[in-house]
Design a protein around this ligand. Sequence first.
Ligand code: 6PG
Length: 231
Amino acid sequence: MLVATQTAEEVAREAASRIAKVLRETLKKSGKASLALSGGETPRATYAQLAREEGIAWSAVDVLFVDDRAVSPDHPRSNYRMIKESLIDPVRIPADRVHRMKGDAPDLEKAAREYEEIVKARSPIDVMVLGVGDDGHTASMFPGEPTIDISDRKVAMVPAKGDREARITLTAPVIVETRAVFILAVGGKKTDALDRIWSVSGKKKDTPARVIREIRGSITWIIDKAAGGIG
Ligand code: 6PG
């Protein structure tokens, strides 16, 4: 489903209310829910809005991370820090429900393997929020890199490249089996990447976010006019 809004604020409102609805339904049915969250700039407003939604039993929600950078948890570029500030702290999710990717661990490969056990115990994930990079990446699967081809691991370490620090990321097999995925895109810089994802032809190697096309659960795109190339 495609939800096309006028503004970034509307993306946040629409996304929050739709994510909240799925969480409430999952909690009602299963008594618990798992929620995997992306970082970057776009979702911050959505998480802040989600924190204001009512009727979500947050103490029964396991929060997982889609990816994080090899930085300390209080670093400005830490996805954990952004998500803690915008959602985890405001709704007071118990610490044992928050599963941080240890980007500050001395051995990132080991940290990725440990995270894999956490993901396995909670698979398939109920709800996931993804973003789209201007270059067509999603999670931390970047164009031209081998991460998108990983089929036998649920979590991978992504080596540093240029200015980009190393990362830990969920892999394609986890994304495609998730029950409900929400993809957020805001601003004109996303238009080219969206075009490449939605195009009939194209390679995942060049545009890793094309993996979204393979998701077996429900897919909800929430984009603003500018990202859609009409604003
Ligand atoms: C990250 C992400 C990443 C993000 C895209 C879009 O940590 O960078 O989780 O996959 O979703 O890069 O980022 P923006 O919202 O900042 O454009």
